[in-house]
Design a protein around this ligand. Structure first.
Ligand SMILES: [Zn+2]
Length: 206
């Protein structure tokens, strides 16, 4: 198995699950009554957070408390982090080439266990429906990878599936960090809600 992620190729997706249809552009999370849908979390078209993996993706602040070791950020805190949002916006913008073609873009989210700081790195761009480079994170001494992000720029209107692919889900499960997928309808998540707290090497935990 190669290390990157693969989407759906160019085979159009035939929708068979009406529940996944973005009817009005906003999906409420019925599982969690306290869930909120931020109105402008990310600077890309229709930046709306969609629940995924059944648990719901809710952007929330990552808060550091004095005298308490920084907690491992979870996927919701990554989605709510300004640095992550900025990186996703840049990846989204870079997914649309001047010649009209689209390519997947993405990168990694790094967390400093001592300071609690969060930073990102962009990976080398992929092709229309895969991003091989995501499997090989740039290593930053003192920082660990706590998440990935990538784009699905192919339009739903052209028959493409935009939510996380089965390959994305395997990638998240096997590598052990949460992933975020930016689409024209907003942000999805896949993989575990957080990196396991007992693995501290700089790259992926697995
Ligand atoms: Zn993907």
């Amino acid at each position: 198995m190669s290390q990157g992620i693969h989407g759906y190729g160019i085979r159009p997706y035939v929708r068979c699950d009406s529940d996944s249809e973005p009817s009005n552009g906003v999906r409420q999370d019925h599982e969690r009554p306290d869930a909120t849908v931020p109105t402008t979390p990310i600077n890309h078209p229709a930046a709306i957070l969609y629940p995924s993996e059944g648990s719901g993706l809710v952007a929330k602040p990552y808060v550091l408390r004095r005298g308490v070791p920084p907690p491992m950020p979870d996927v919701g805190q990554l989605a709510g982090n300004a640095a992550v949002q900025d990186a996703i916006a840049r990846a989204w913008a870079a997914s649309f080439l001047p010649n009209g073609a689209v390519i997947e873009q993405g990168g990694w989210v790094y967390w400093n266990p001592k300071s609690g700081d969060i930073q990102t790195r962009l990976a080398t761009g992929g092709d229309q429906s895969s991003l091989e480079a995501l499997g090989n994170p740039e290593l930053i001494p003192g920082w660990i990878v706590v998440g990935t992000f990538h784009t699905h720029p192919n339009p739903l209107s052209a028959g493409f599936k935009i939510e996380p692919s089965s390959s994305d889900r395997w990638f998240g499960f096997l590598r052990g960090v949460p992933g975020l997928v930016a689409t024209e309808y907003g942000l999805y998540s896949f993989g575990p809600p957080t990196r396991p707290g007992d693995k501290w090497q700089p790259g992926f935990p697995h």
